[in-house]
Design a protein around this ligand. Sequence first.
Ligand code: CA
Length: 238
Amino acid sequence: MRPARLLLVEDEEALGAVLADTLRREGHEVAWVRAGPEGLAEARRGRYDLLLLDLMLPGLDGFELCRRLRAEGSRLPILMLTARGREEDRVRGLDLGADDYLPKPFSLKELLARVRARLRPARPEAPRTARLGAAEVDLGAMVVRRAGAEHALTRREAGVLALLLAHPGEVISRTRFLDEVWGYERFPTTRTVDMHVARVREKLGDTGPEPRYIRTVHGVGYRFDPAPDPVADGDGAP
Ligand code: CA
């Protein structure tokens, strides 16, 4: 996969340098320009995957830059960076076609999470229902039915399960769970992911020493295994 191409429009020298450096360390290609008109010209070249856009800029502010790009039909994802925390600015930015908004000061970890979220290709949909051994998962109703009982799933538990079911056989890292299920609003620890997975396993009845459906990938995360060993099938199904 080629590195993502990011366009950073930021006139604060010190902040711009830290952002460009951080994003490059993450493996992205970063073009950094410091003024609005230059940013617009660069964005129009159409070679970028994401625009990180400061609001207060010399020459042309971030709102106007965003408005013009969208008026021209550009679909470049835009993440607005701004010192203004006022809600009307956030709403205005989103109304003008920005995809996301990050109020300064923000942590670099939060910035990187938002960039990852913006760069991620459209995700496959998790199936709404799935049968895992004796358990029937219904993500629409947010329940697991098993042995005649219904176990309600919390929103986070359903999110964890949906992410796993959407990517059978794929290792999902704890960081990715945090990005996709918890979002970037807050940063719980990776231990939170483990606790939620444990609860989901309990509801599925997948609690042996070697869980069959949600496998632990040590040091990394979890993997949904849709084809468990039939010999170990103890639920009475043929
Ligand atoms: Ca500025």
